[in-house]
Design a protein around this ligand. Structure first.
Ligand SMILES: *[C@@H]1O[C@H](CO)[C@@H](O)[C@H](O)[C@H]1NC(C)=O
Ligand SMILES: *[C@@H]1O[C@H](CO)[C@@H](O)[C@H](O)[C@H]1NC(C)=O
Ligand SMILES: *[C@@H]1O[C@H](CO)[C@@H](O)[C@H](O)[C@H]1NC(C)=O
Ligand SMILES: *[C@@H]1O[C@H](CO)[C@@H](O)[C@H](O)[C@H]1NC(C)=O
Ligand SMILES: *[C@@H]1O[C@H](CO)[C@@H](O)[C@H](O)[C@H]1NC(C)=O
Ligand SMILES: *[C@@H]1O[C@H](CO)[C@@H](O)[C@H](O)[C@H]1NC(C)=O
Ligand SMILES: *[C@@H]1O[C@H](CO)[C@@H](O)[C@H](O)[C@H]1NC(C)=O
Ligand SMILES: *[C@@H]1O[C@H](CO)[C@@H](O)[C@H](O)[C@H]1NC(C)=O
Ligand SMILES: *[C@@H]1O[C@H](CO)[C@@H](O)[C@H](O)[C@H]1NC(C)=O
Ligand SMILES: *[C@@H]1O[C@H](CO)[C@@H](O)[C@H](O)[C@H]1NC(C)=O
Length: 512
């Protein structure tokens, strides 16, 4: 306490005498121990950026940066904290690898805003291959590692996706890892943050207070997840996921994992699924004690101001969430996993608002509990049968709660679900293009911009099962218009054979 007071006095003295603190070269040797003092009360944000200090690893010289960071980690042993400098961007050429138990990578002083150090993914990419991952904590000896208070800029910048790992790859056969106050956005590959399963032994990873997104593009198969979790007994809470495009939070089984109090929302891009419990691999659909509760999922809202008497408006990007919460492999993959199901998960008290195709969709599940999920504020359920919807299945009308009862067993499901005859590949629906269909209501602070997509769709990406989020029913076929009827039938019929051929090719190339 005395030391702190002296420190403050010293700082105030420096401030008073220099009058231009941000230009001073001040070295704070023990800054970590007084990090609490570095909140905005004492320093205006701009003043904290330009210190040179000797207790954080500088980005310069750039040509040795990646090796220096990796050497610090692989030569410093368990518990080592790699201190990154506030306000500094680190242009790395390869992943930074955790190398021993309980290591930490963080920004000195643990800032939570723009002052967090930025790891910028800057290694080479060619022919859809190359550098995609900024930080990797999946080593054989990576239990207890922590990634805290930094930012990851994946720098896809509108390019097609690159094969490889997520911006952040954690988990593996480890336990007790922590990822918090991390901002991760614009990954080159398939996810902003992936916790992998290891030998199905990943355990107890905590993912909290992160701000994630945008991730991917909503162009066909250029999607990316917000948070992808394939680890048992983990906790994913209090994160914000803005403008993901594949799944906002994707649970690959992950028995025992709790996902609570997260906010997922779209603004400029259509998202396939808000929270996904659809992946059969790699946990064989085991969602035992996997609990998704008290999350807020916000579909698109009208972007024009309401005129008098109007209850719906247009959305400049036609952005919706196709499925708010998706349960069961069939909702996503059609019959690719035959009669396998998502088993024994629990989905409670989630709130949905804004524009969706379907709010909660269940198809091919057993022993699930789905209760207390509600619509709040204004909502719309919109979309029409897309060109890749099946011709043989009946694509259900957009609706808040849909269940294919013929493939759901032994489940405890809240009232109000509409029964549908076919719950296959529901992400084949497409949002209406234009029109007054989006509700008014707005979104949480809309500060982050999203990348624009460009370039041709290429098939890409490896990584784990999320790539397989194809959203195709396994046959390109004409659709019947539902919801907002767009009258595509004639064109669809004409292009049916061409598309069918394209899909078969895509499948043959291993993309699905
Ligand atoms: C540590 O990292 C450096 C830089 O990447 C590398 O050259 C070295 O081989 C690594 N050492 C070990 C023991 O992994
Ligand atoms: C794991 O870390 C411990 C502590 O540093 C070390 O003794 C052990 O050799 C490491 N094991 C492997 C497989 O790297
Ligand atoms: C991410 O990095 C790229 C390359 O340096 C830069 O152009 C882009 O502005 C950065 N994005 C953000 C949001 O800082
Ligand atoms: C889970 O990991 C956290 C560290 O993130 C640790 O504090 C906690 O004790 C672990 N829980 C169990 C049951 O191992
Ligand atoms: C959740 O985030 C809010 C800020 O968005 C913060 O005030 C609160 O402490 C966080 N909760 C936990 C449990 O970390
Ligand atoms: C839940 O999330 C909201 C919104 O981010 C936050 O304000 C609140 O503090 C969180 N609650 C807990 C218990 O963390
Ligand atoms: C699902 O996972 C739990 C926790 O690991 C395990 O106890 C249970 O046996 C698994 N169930 C099945 C059907 O594999
Ligand atoms: C589950 O899927 C596997 C392939 O992933 C398949 O071999 C098996 O027959 C399926 N089981 C059922 C019951 O459909
Ligand atoms: C719902 O929409 C109406 C306009 O139709 C608007 O006045 C109202 O504020 C909206 N409600 C919420 C919770 O945003
Ligand atoms: C339908 O699938 C084809 C590839 O088979 C793809 O090029 C096209 O973009 C898809 N259309 C939609 C609306 O998803």
């Amino acid at each position: 306490m005395v030391a702190s007071a002296l420190f403050v006095a010293a700082v105030l003295f420096v401030t008073a005498t220099s009058g231009a603190l941000e230009r001073q070269r001040v070295a704070f040797r023990h800054r970590r121990t007084v990090s609490g003092l570095f909140e905005d009360d004492f320093f205006p944000e701009t003043a904290t950026r330009h210190y040179t200090r000797d207790d954080c690893e500088p980005a310069d010289p750039l040509n040795t940066l990646t090796d220096r960071l990796n050497t610090l980690l692989n030569s410093s042993g368990p518990g080592y904290v790699l201190p990154l400098c506030p306000g500094v961007q680190y242009f790395i050429q390869a992943p930074i690898l955790f190398a021993a138990p309980d290591q930490e990578i963080s920004t000195v002083g643990y800032p939570t805003g723009d002052d967090r150090a930025v790891l910028v993914v800057a290694g080479p990419v060619a022919n859809g291959q190359g550098h995609t991952t900024a930080v990797d904590g999946t080593c054989q000896n990576c239990s207890g590692v922590k990634l805290r208070n930094i930012q990851i800029n994946g720098t896809r910048a509108g390019a097609p996706p690159t094969s490889g790992g997520a911006n952040i790859e954690m988990g593996g056969s480890n336990s007790g890892q922590l990822i918090e106050y991390v901002r991760s956005f614009d990954p080159r590959s398939w996810s902003c943050l992936h916790i992998s399963e290891g030998a199905l032994s990943c355990n107890n990873v905590t993912v909290q207070n992160n701000d994630i997104g945008p991730c991917g593009s909503d162009a066909f198969q250029e999607w990316a997840d917000g948070i992808s979790v394939s680890c048992m007994n983990s906790l994913v809470r209090n994160n914000t996921v803005n403008n993901p495009t594949d799944g906002g939070i994707v649970l690959f089984g992950s028995p025992g994992t709790v996902v609570e109090n997260n906010t997922i929302w779209v603004e400029t891009m259509t998202l396939l699924g808000g929270i996904n419990m659809v992946d059969y691999d790699p946990w064989s659909g085991n969602y035992t004690n996997t609990i998704v509760r008290n999350n807020i999922i916000r579909g698109g809202f009208a972007t024009d101001p309401a005129e008098t008497g109007e209850s719906k408006g247009v959305n400049a990007d036609d952005a919706i969430i196709k499925i708010g919460i998706a349960i069961g492999p069939r909702t996503w993959f059609g019959d690719r996993y035959f009669n396998n199901v998502s088993q024994s998960g629990t989905v409670l008290d989630n709130h949905l608002t804004g524009a969706f195709g379907y709010g909660v969709a269940i198809s091919s599940a057993s022993d699930f509990t789905v209760q207390g999920n509600i619509l709040v504020g204004n909502t719309s359920f919109i979309g029409s049968t897309g060109p890749n919807c099946s011709t043989t299945d009946i694509t259900p009308q957009p609706a808040p709660f849909v269940e294919d009862q013929s493939t759901v067993q032994s489940s405890n499901i809240q009232s109000g679900f509409q029964l549908i005859p076919d719950g296959n590949s529901l992400t084949c629906i497409i949002p209406p293009s234009g029109g007054d269909f989006w509700p008014f209501g707005g979104n949480p602070s809309a500060t982050q911009s999203s990348p624009t997509s460009s370039g041709s769709p290429t098939s890409t990406s490896s990584g784990s099962g999320a790539l397989s989020h194809g959203g195709l029913s396994g046959g390109g076929k004409a659709g019947i218009a539902i919801g907002v009827i767009l009258g595509v039938a004639a064109i669809a019929a004409a292009t049916y054979f061409i598309r069918n051929w394209a899909v078969q090719r895509a499948r043959a190339s291993g993309r699905y």
